[in-house]
Design a protein around this ligand. Structure first.
Ligand code: 1GP
Length: 268
């Protein structure tokens, strides 16, 4: 079903749909303070469950719904999840891709990312070349993003053959982040890996933020308000959490979002 006909059918029941484009919206929003993205894995939280999880996250105050995971996502699964999130929320829905097979025109945008510190050229640029014409045909908004995996890297570090950035080398992290910006990336993401025992160290976040002009996204292992506070203080402009909501942890997501909103209120 086309986007138009599907949205007409359900217009009376769904919340007002986000009107893109996504990147200019995000850049404006980040100017006014930090924001929060919730990551939902359509493999672990499929179909209507994705919409339910997104609605809970929206109620708590998240700003953007990312759909993605490291393995097992087809474009059909991605499409079902994106539709159900659109049905239940008015949040932007953005694909955080595992690869070329997980794309759908039901989303508002795609993080068109390069895992810059991978040893595998497929992760750096070859998969992107294999996918670009398909992205265009789908009419998906591509958002150029430099993706940098920090130790321990978890599953994405493994699947992505990453030479993980050292947790003890802030200058190294700054150099990679700035290289991403100089290559034209509109966003830079420091990723410790989903389920990481602790988030990206504040020293790396601070060093990267000091040299960047584009927004800095930080994710992986953020579990509580203290983590959020520390990363926001170090200069993270977008915090990403996934696991806590997946594990039914609204109790933990609430305080994290409280930190993000407080930092936002202080910034304006
Ligand atoms: C993964 O950074 C995100 O890409 C989310 O990590 O699941 O640890 O919150 P968590």
């Amino acid at each position: 079903m086309s986007r138009e006909s599907s949205s007409t059918t359900v217009a009376r029941t769904r919340a007002a749909r986000f009107q893109g484009p996504f990147l200019p919206w995000l850049l404006e929003k980040v100017k006014e303070g930090p924001v929060h993205f919730t990551l939902i894995d359509p493999d672990k939280t499929p179909g209507a469950k994705a919409g339910e999880a997104a609605a809970r996250a929206e109620e708590l105050g998240t700003d953007v719904l990312l759909l993605g995971g490291s393995t097992g996502i087809t474009s059909e699964r991605m499409g079902e999840a994106a539709r159900s999130v659109h049905d239940r929320t008015s949040l932007p829905v953005v694909i955080f891709p595992q690869g070329p097979d997980s794309l759908t025109d039901e989303a508002d945008a795609l993080l068109f990312m390069s895992l810059l510190n991978s040893r595998d050229l497929r992760m750096v640029v070859r998969a992107q070349a294999a996918t670009s014409l398909h992205v265009k045909a789908l009419g998906l908004e591509p958002v150029p993003m430099g993706y940098l995996v920090v130790a321990p890297g978890m599953k994405v570090g493994e699947v992505g053959s990453a030479d993980c950035l050292s947790r003890e080398d802030p200058k190294g992290a700054a150099a990679w982040a700035l290289a991403a910006e100089y290559l034209g990336m509109k966003l830079v993401y420091l990723e410790a890996g989903s389920g990481a025992p602790s988030p990206v160290p504040a020293s790396l976040v601070r060093a990267a933020r000091d040299v960047l002009s584009v927004p800095l996204i930080v994710g992986g292992g953020i579990r509580n308000a203290e983590h959020a506070r520390t990363l926001l203080k170090a200069g993270a402009q977008v915090l990403v959490t996934g696991t806590i909501l997946e594990e039914g942890g609204e109790g933990a997501l609430g305080p994290i979002l409280h930190e993000v909103k407080s930092a936002r209120a202080r910034a304006t």
